[in-house]
Design a protein around this ligand. Sequence first.
Ligand SMILES: NC(=O)c1ccc[n+]([C@@H]2O[C@H](COP(=O)([O-])OP(=O)(O)OC[C@H]3O[C@@H](n4cnc5c(N)ncnc54)[C@H](OP(=O)(O)O)[C@@H]3O)[C@@H](O)[C@H]2O)c1
Length: 406
Amino acid sequence: MPDAFRIGLLGRGTVGGAFADLVAERADHVANVTGLRPEISGVLRRNEGDFDEIVANSDLIVELMGGLEPARDYVLRAMAAGKHVVTANKQLLAEHGEELWTIAREHGVQLRFEAAVAGVVPVVRVLQESLAGAHVERLHGIVNGTTNFILSRMAETGAEYADALAEAQALGYAEADPTDDVTGKDAAAKMAILARLAFDTPVSLSDVPYEGIEHLTADDLEYARELGLGLKLIGTAERVDGGLSVRVHPAFLYGAHPLASINGPFNAVTIESPAITEITLSGPGAGGPQTASAVLGDVISAMIPPASTPEPSARLKLIADVTSAFYLHVEVADEPGVLAQLAQILGVQGISVKSFVQKGLGTNARLVMVLHPVLESRLSAAVEMIAGLEFVRSRPRAIRVLDEEF
Ligand SMILES: NC(=O)c1ccc[n+]([C@@H]2O[C@H](COP(=O)([O-])OP(=O)(O)OC[C@H]3O[C@@H](n4cnc5c(N)ncnc54)[C@H](OP(=O)(O)O)[C@@H]3O)[C@@H](O)[C@H]2O)c1
């Protein structure tokens, strides 16, 4: 009979419950692979278990409580007591990652977190291990399944945002309070973690500007389709002018982009580097059993070879104003001179138009155009000027377009 490997479980909710079931189901297999048989040695819930006792009786702690406190305190104390920790807590890593990684290094323990980003998609391991030798230039990610499901339904059925959100909630893809997902905050936390790994630079949630999907309309998707574009909530982390830009916003993609075909609640991350050209990883972004499988993968890795997140070796400057192509949607009175005034504003800001669609709406007209890449501050200035024109009927909508060729 192999010796036991004792796992202390903090939190036994959706993921924690699925993880406990999976440990029981896969214990024989894990014993074959590692020579040790995993077992849950203690569980902490709001009204169950004692943290100090659980740590004392465990070889490794799995944190599946979520939230910042007391999760941060427990994870720090477990590592200080010499225990490896596996967590799925993106918020915790995005806000306190450096503190946690420092304590892990100081105490020679592992802190593993594959399930914190993109659910079961093994992007953390790929960045930390498989591509550790590659110089990464850029990451793009669809790292929030809720928003990807909503945008997919809007594109497929022509539904408005509120209806697609209600459907996501009914199917369990969105929580009753979907704020963190639909505002882009959840994706921003995940991009902060990925950027830290890919670029070796401390990045926290507060460094990542994010924009959500609540303001998008069925119209945006319909007109964009005519221009050959699909709409996604995209996280980007890329080297810019010797620094680093990390951001999350809705963006249009041309059909050939590897992320364009990622639909429903799936996640995907594209990694670009001169050595590897481009790699895309995709798979389920959430769900109890799916996430639990990524957590157990981390536990097995911790049982075998050591791995740690080294001290940051770079301090890249975080760049806020970057160049992007844009889709611009403007509703105007159908009068002579309108196009000339718009063209003049775009010209003043050095913006040129790549493609253009006009629709008549009685006395009004909708102008939808794709703009060549421009500094975002210049586009914002142009939008403000256009919004102030007398013949403009509603606030112009500007959405970024990823226009790299693949
Ligand atoms: N759900 C997913 O699909 C998914 C996917 C990827 C990552 N994650 C991450 O996985 C983690 C867990 O998510 P979940 O969906 O499983 O959450 P959940 O269903 O709400 O479960 C949370 C568990 O933690 C316990 N807990 C919370 N606060 C506690 C406290 N102060 N003291 C002791 N126990 C406490 C709860 O205790 P009670 O049972 O007593 O309420 C519950 O058992 C989060 O970090 C989440 O972001 C989740």
